[in-house]
Each structure stands twice: as C-alpha cells, then as structure tokens.
Ligand binder design. Structure first.
Ligand SMILES: [Zn+2]
Length: 126
C-alpha cells in the first residue's frame, strides 16, 4: 500500500498539501532499497521528495508525521510519471492523449501545483 500522508509539507515556505507521496513513481531499482521500504512503511530512515518543492521529507518516529529530512531523497522517474499520465489521459472520455504529469496529479491526485519544474531522476542533479 502506498503511503497516503494527507498533510502539509513540513518545509518552511512550501506547506503544500501532500495527499500522496507518489512513492510508486520512483524508479523500480530504487524500490529495492531500504530507504524506499522505510518510506512505504512510514518509518524514519528513508526520504522522498516533496512533490511540490522537491525537498527531502521523511516520516517521524510516530509513523504519521512528515518532517524535513537530511537524507538524500528518492526522486521520481520522468518515464514512469509520463506513462502514468498518458494512461490516465487515455481512459478519459473523450481521451486526452496530451495529459502531462502536472495535469495528472492535479486531476487524479488533487494536488494542483505539484511537479511544476520538477527535476526527475533522468534530468540529473542540478
Ligand atoms: Zn514541499
């Protein structure tokens, strides 16, 4: 089951509502890492990016609260995100074959504003 935190980003200056950490969007290779299992299990020891500000967040020891993290965060895959957006768009009536990840998270995940200017794994480190 994917984490469904439904809380605000803990980073000052962001505070956007994180309804879904979109953990399934990190590359498959990263999903074998203990950091990924920590995020999925809602335990400390693994960080993932906030979908809005891209800063690292991880679960606190209470297993519920997201806190800013000093760990290197897991980053989403552009290829996976675009595939998911296209799949979502193709099931709309009428189909929308130009659906972008930004539109998909806004419509399906109710997180408008997320993923704008996001640096995906494929984009390299800035
Ligand atoms: Zn944020």
């Amino acid at each position: 089951m994917a984490p469904w935190p439904n809380q605000s980003c803990p980073h000052p200056g962001c505070g956007q509502p994180i309804r879904d950490l979109l953990a399934e969007m990190v590359p498959n290779a990263d999903q074998a890492r203990p950091e990924f299992k920590a995020v999925l299990g809602q335990t400390p020891g693994g960080a993932i990016t906030c979908p809005y500000c891209k800063q690292a967040v991880e679960y606190d020891t209470d297993g519920k609260s997201l806190v800013p993290s000093v760990l290197v965060p897991l980053i989403y895959s552009r290829a996976k995100m675009e595939r998911r957006a296209r799949d979502y768009g193709s099931h709309k009536k009428p189909p929308d074959m130009t659906m972008t990840p930004e539109q998909w998270v806004a419509e399906d995940k109710l997180m408008p504003g997320a993923l704008h200017g996001y640096q995906y794994v494929e984009d390299g480190t800035p």
